[in-house]
Design a binder for this molecule. Structure first.
Ligand code: ACO
Length: 428
């Protein structure tokens, strides 16, 4: 707590509000007593100035383009760590020892199978269902299958549910893909890494052996790391809000998946690639830049801009390099990558984008990589959900473990009609 106070004068009455310090980053004004003191709420649609919780997981400095998980810079984690290690870090607060990492990896590996009866859920969906629709349904349904890990007040059950979610998500995601292409589901294999296992469940068919390419595994693992957590974004806040009522973890993560689906959030990588394909060639870029700048045109450059980053998204830096490596190593000559690089250069030098501090975000290049690996665009957000699950469960656990946790209940500025009397239908 800082010694400084914020002083607020309302209707001639002055009150002090404590200013709280984090370890780094902006201070916050503690307004919890504001309503009791003044009878007024704060008004902040979109939560642009509101800290909804305190958290020790992830720190972002949007002006400097910094992203830290438990203090470690995302660039270092993406280059030197693995998704399993980052998952352990997010869940437990510290990097694991070799033994701890081994045990954690083994635990996750042993939870990758899903209840066989869950496979029947898939068959209830239309073949052309968006895989995110399937994800919402199947992940929500997990709570109907794993009753023994839904008591949120038991830390051990929370731990098991967290492991189950992280472990089963690749299986569920791969099955959503298999169902959409009419191929048989592929069961997990315990001798493969988390990421290699996912790629095999997605791309192998019983008719021939599937060779897991280490270049692809490495790229995919990086993509998972880059999406693992991102502070109190919309889907994470959704998970926290759902969890604040005491809902079980599977239901909370299903809520997070639903929120992630939107094109302003997780759906942006799908939208970014579709946009790059629509642009198609470098000579058409100016037309799209002009559209993005036109106030009367709702078009936006997808994969550009971010609520928090007003600088280059540090994840986009890693993503651009990974895209280059993957395309080179797979020998894919996709003109979309040239369009993306050129579009980035033009936008970064355009006064409109400079003034509004619009930089490429994590989604700008991820679609190029995922497409080169062989994923259809509808799967992009599913991959994001898979990777973000660890962030969601870590944030959910942090919230539930906090003894001061309360149900999330925002208030409003009411602008509807004042009280009036009901008029029977024959009198209206
Ligand atoms: N293209 C063109 N103009 C843009 C873009 C864009 N991508 N993004 C923002 N702007 C403009 C807005 O029109 C607005 O202009 P104005 O001040 O003249 O009205 C200004 O920049 C500020 O934009 P807001 O929408 O107010 O900023 P906000 O923080 O609410 O939105 C968002 C952030 C939703 C990410 C936005 O930049 C956007 O829609 N980007 C495209 C979608 C996208 O890539 N989303 C992925 C986010 S990252 C993630 O979820 C992992």
């Amino acid at each position: 707590m800082s010694d400084n106070k914020a002083t607020l004068t309302v209707g001639g009455d002055t009150q002090d509000y404590a200013i709280m310090d984090g370890t780094v980053g902006p201070q916050v004004i503690d307004v919890r007593k504001l309503y009791a003191n003044t009878g007024m709420f704060t008004y902040d649609p979109g939560f642009t100035s509101t800290a909804s919780c305190d958290s020790g997981l992830t720190y972002i400095d949007g002006d400097e383009g910094v992203l830290l998980h438990r203090g470690y810079p995302i660039g270092q984690l993406a280059e030197q760590s693995s998704f399993m290690e980052v998952s352990y870090l997010l869940l437990n607060g510290e990097l694991p020892s070799a033994k701890e990492l081994d045990e954690f990896t083994r635990t996750i590996t042993r939870h990758t199978m899903i209840h066989e009866q869950l496979t029947t859920f898939y068959r209830g969906f239309r073949r052309d269902a968006h895989p995110m629709a399937i994800m919402c349904g199947v992940v929500g349904a997990l709570s109907a299958f794993y009753h023994d890990s839904t008591d949120i007040n038991d830390p051990e059950q929370r731990r098991i549910a967290s492991h189950r979610l992280i472990a089963k998500m690749p299986t569920i995601a791969a099955m959503a893909y298999k169902y959409s292409v009419g191929q048989p589901f592929v069961y997990p294999r315990n001798d493969l890494s988390y990421t290699a296992n996912f790629l095999r469940m997605t791309f192998s068919v019983p008719a021939e052996e599937y060779e897991v390419d280490p270049v692809v595994v490495d790229a995919m693992d990086k993509i998972f790391i880059l999406h693992a957590d991102h502070e109190q974004n919309a889907s994470t806040s959704t998970v926290r809000l759902a969890g604040s009522s005491g809902a079980n973890p599977f239901a909370c993560i299903a809520a997070g998946i639903a929120c992630l689906w939107g094109p302003a959030h997780g759906g942006a990588n799908e939208a970014a690639l579709n946009m790059l394909r629509e642009i198609g060639t470098v000579d058409r870029i100016p037309e799209y830049i002009a559209r993005a700048k036109n106030k009367d045109d709702p078009f936006r450059l997808m994969g550009f801009g971010h609520r928090v980053y007003k600088n280059y998204d540090p994840r986009a830096t890693v993503m651009q390099k990974t895209a280059k490596d993957v395309l080179e190593k797979l020998g894919v000559d996709d003109p979309i990558f040239d369009v993306a690089k050129e579009l980035e250069q033009i936008a970064l030098n355009d006064p409109y984008f400079i003034e509004k501090k619009l930089y490429p975000n994590v989604d700008f290049y991820s679609g190029v990589i995922l497409s080169a690996i062989g994923f259809p665009t509808e799967m992009f957000t599913v991959l994001f959900a898979l990777a973000r699950t660890v962030g969601w469960v870590a944030q959910w656990n942090e919230m539930i473990s906090d003894p001061a946790q309360k149900i999330g209940r925002p208030r409003q500025l009411y602008t509807g009609p004042t009280q009036r009397d009901y008029v029977p239908v024959d009198k209206r």
